[in-house]
Design a protein around this ligand. Structure first.
Ligand SMILES: Cc1cc2nc3c(=O)[nH]c(=O)nc-3n(C[C@H](O)[C@H](O)[C@H](O)COP(=O)(O)OP(=O)(O)OC[C@H]3O[C@@H](n4cnc5c(N)ncnc54)[C@H](O)[C@@H]3O)c2cc1C
Length: 475
């Protein structure tokens, strides 16, 4: 029999209030199909934190490597964790109907977009501290400052284990400043929902695509809790990375974890660089060059979690606003918009937020809706548009567990794309072996990688110059 702890009773009260029936009479075990996918097929778990956050009896907590862990004695078998889980299934038709009130049509990588802007926060510290132009934090600060929300669901590096990220609710300018920047690592932000049950007020969330999918499911299955979150800012996401990355990087660079106070994924000048902040205040760069041209580029091929490898959504297609880096380049391959973010407005909530923030002078934006050069993210478009569907289809045929999608594999897949998918999957499989990762990372973060960076820069520059020469020739 389950013990009748206060948490268990809380769960029973919650179910009674909502007229819910328990989905099993016997004590709950981890193989129950109504639980989130983490317990029956951990390879499908996105570690988004939603099952932890939605559980009304705190029977699920964040466990090792951010996977959820079940305290079966507290479980009231309500099934909410399974209902909101985005790991096993994402139905685009349902989400499109729910968020945009229209049937789903494939609009490519960016998804459903009302308007596109590039911009930056006018608060200089927020702009400087951002991964791009500090737009996400600028918008959250605007909501907080103007009393439209009472807190923001965001992330930071953990104060006691600074090589790992953690989610938290920011309620001040200083806390929002601490949350700034990208942490390319799993952080179960949706686990914060559990705090919202008890906490009065309205909130905004800055989250990744899988977390947005789960939030939309929450709106369907627990509208009362979901109503606490009034604005969802989605981040673009090429895939998160395993939390082991930071520890292993420190190991390879000969830095003790106990010697650092912070780990930055994009520290220093834009576009940033991975850095360790030491106890004595010194900042140690962890690789050569920057985020865009240095070692980070290859980490997605080594450290991407299995569920991210089968994710189709790279642009947070169902957020109110999605924010990405603004990678548009000129004819010499130089970035046109340093320290800017790209903003895709998708819903009325998003539209009103942009209007409110610009009217208050908190955000400067430039409308690029009709300018095709802002259709950036070509690699991602290819990865999410063809490589991932090929992989999902191939793994399914091979009997592996894959998420259920209502989107088919495109008809025009080329042999080259099939080979590329095989190679990238092989690399990701190799990345599961720690000795391989360590040796490869040792190379990528050493002086030996400098020629590789130079070749990469040369090829990029040549590509952009050729492209603009071809454009001029065609005119
Ligand atoms: C795992 C990950 C992958 C990404 N992949 C891409 C990509 O492929 N292409 C692209 O254009 N952009 C990507 N981004 C988004 C990009 O890095 C910037 O976050 C975005 O451009 C916003 O910049 P900003 O200056 O406006 O935001 P800032 O003002 O710097 O705010 C950043 C916000 O992101 C939140 N955040 C940071 N790390 C995480 C995390 N791990 N989980 C949830 N929230 C987090 C912070 O809490 C903060 O609220 C990714 C971000 C993450 C976290």
């Amino acid at each position: 029999m389950p013990d009748c702890s206060a948490e268990y009773q809380k769960g029973l009260d919650y179910m009674a209030r909502r007229g819910m029936q328990a989905l099993c009479d016997s004590p709950v075990t981890e193989d129950q199909p109504f639980l989130s996918v983490a317990f029956t097929a951990p390879e499908l778990c996105a570690r988004c934190g939603s099952c932890v956050g939605v559980c009304p009896s705190n029977a699920i907590v964040v466990g090792e490597k951010f996977y959820p862990a079940l305290n079966a004695g507290n479980c009231v078998a309500c099934g909410l964790c399974g209902d909101v889980c985005p790991g096993g299934e994402v139905q685009y038709a349902d989400l499109a109907e729910q968020v945009f009130g229209e049937p789903f049509t494939d609009r490519g990588f960016d998804g459903w977009v009302e308007n596109t802007y590039v911009g930056f926060s006018t608060e200089e510290r927020i702009k400087k501290g951002g991964a791009g132009g500090g737009v996400v934090t600028g918008l959250l600060y605007h909501l907080l400052r103007t009393g439209q929300v009472d807190g923001c669901l965001v992330t930071r590096m953990n104060h006691t284990t600074p090589w790992l990220g953690e989610p938290f609710i920011a309620t001040s300018f200083e806390e929002l400043r601490e949350s700034q920047g990208s942490r390319y690592s799993i952080i179960p932000v949706n686990s914060l929902w559990s705090q919202l049950r008890e906490r009065p007020g309205r909130f905004a969330a800055a989250i990744l695509p899988c977390q947005v999918h789960a939030f939309r499911k929450l709106q369907k299955y627990d509208p009362e809790l979901a109503a606490k979150i009034t604005t969802v800012i989605g981040l673009f996401c090429g895939g998160s990375l395993e939390p082991d990355l930071s520890s292993e990087m420190l190991l390879v660079r000969g830095i003790k974890r106990s010697d650092i106070t912070n780990f930055k994924f994009r520290g220093g000048d834009w576009p940033g660089q991975m850095q360790a902040v030491l106890r004595d205040g010194r900042v140690r760069p962890l690789h050569y060059s920057n985020y865009k041209d240095g070692a980070y580029n290859y980490f997605t091929s080594l450290y991407m979690p299995e569920r991210c490898q089968t994710c189709l959504d790279g642009s947070s297609e169902f957020a109110d606003i999605s924010v990405s880096d603004a990678w548009t380049r000129d004819e010499n391959g130089e970035y046109k918009f340093k320290e800017h973010s790209r903003i895709l407005v998708r819903t009325q909530v998003g539209d009103e937020l942009i209007e409110s923030a610009t009217a208050a002078g908190d955000l400067v934006i430039h409308d690029v809706t009709t300018d095709p050069s802002y259709k950036t993210h070509k690699m991602q478009t290819r990865r999410k548009g063809s490589l991932v569907p090929i992989r999902v289809d191939r793994w399914r045929r091979a009997g592996r567990k894959v998420p259920v999608y209502d989107r088919a594999i495109p008809d025009d897949v080329t042999v080259k794309e099939r080979i590329t998918e095989r190679l990238s999957s092989a690399m990701l499989r190799a990345g599961k072996f720690k000795p391989f990762r360590i040796v490869f990372m040792g190379f990528l973060t050493s002086m030996l990688a400098v020629p590789l960076i130079k070749v990469r820069l040369y090829l990029k520059k040549r590509k952009y110059q050729r492209r603009s020469a071809a454009k001029r020739g065609a005119q």
